[in-house]
Design a protein around this ligand. Sequence first.
Ligand code: IPD
Ligand code: CA
Ligand code: CA
Length: 267
Amino acid sequence: MPRSALLNVMVQAATKAGRSLARDFGEVQNLQVSMKGPGDYVSQADRKAEEIIYNELSKARPGYSFLMEESGTVKGSDDQHRWIIDPLDGTTNFLHGIPIFAVSIALERQGVLVAGLIYNPAMDELYTAERGGGAFLNDRRLRVAARRNLNDAVIGTGIPHLGRGDHGRYLVEQRNVMGEVSGIRRMGAAALDLAYVAAGRLDGFWEDALHPWDMAAGMLIIREAGGFVTDKAGGQDIFDTGGIVAGNEAIHAALLKTLKKPIKAAG
Ligand code: IPD
Ligand code: CA
Ligand code: CA
């Protein structure tokens, strides 16, 4: 299916940034053994990828505004359009030589998500969607998984860590979810987690304390693959709350319910 001019612009920017990340990722694996470690090197890789994306998109769509993880907000002359960009989602994986990371680009028009792209250069997987145009993985049409019973489901999540998130609350949620599902997965790249829900690889996903650039592209790709995405109260304050729950209609509803339960008695 031929891509639109808009999606072509996004793919061009993402794949150029992806080539840069793939080169740097190869180097990171060599730096694992260096005393200083690859920390600074990864930060440079992150910023370089964002600069590539910013330059490509600014050239193709002059005037659009930007919300980027590394450089923040850039207000353009056209305030109807806003790019939402995470140039490297899965930074810790990248730092540790784990090939689960992605470029994430979304476009908002008057506050509505109209295009989304998530690209994992390590696996050459390109997830795309335009509002009303369906969701695709390398041009193959995507549908969310058909499983309707939480007991058969594999659910993705993000686990808080040192200095991040509400550990107590998360442990209550995980305790309740683990007792009702076939498996829980923590991949380390929320944008890819959401893409995997759209591809039916994960039946559902939940996480707290995410940013718009982690979620925007995946939200549209899931919806265009027939899935449901809300905040943890079941509403649409996803960007403001940073909490997200996703899945097909049945799994999304069941996961929302389970996440609201108080802790089960030990057993
Ligand atoms: C992180 C990843 C991770 C999620 C974190 C995010 P980053 O994004 O998406 O899976 O659990 O909350 O910050 O920092 O690697 O772009
Ligand atoms: Ca991220
Ligand atoms: Ca990032």
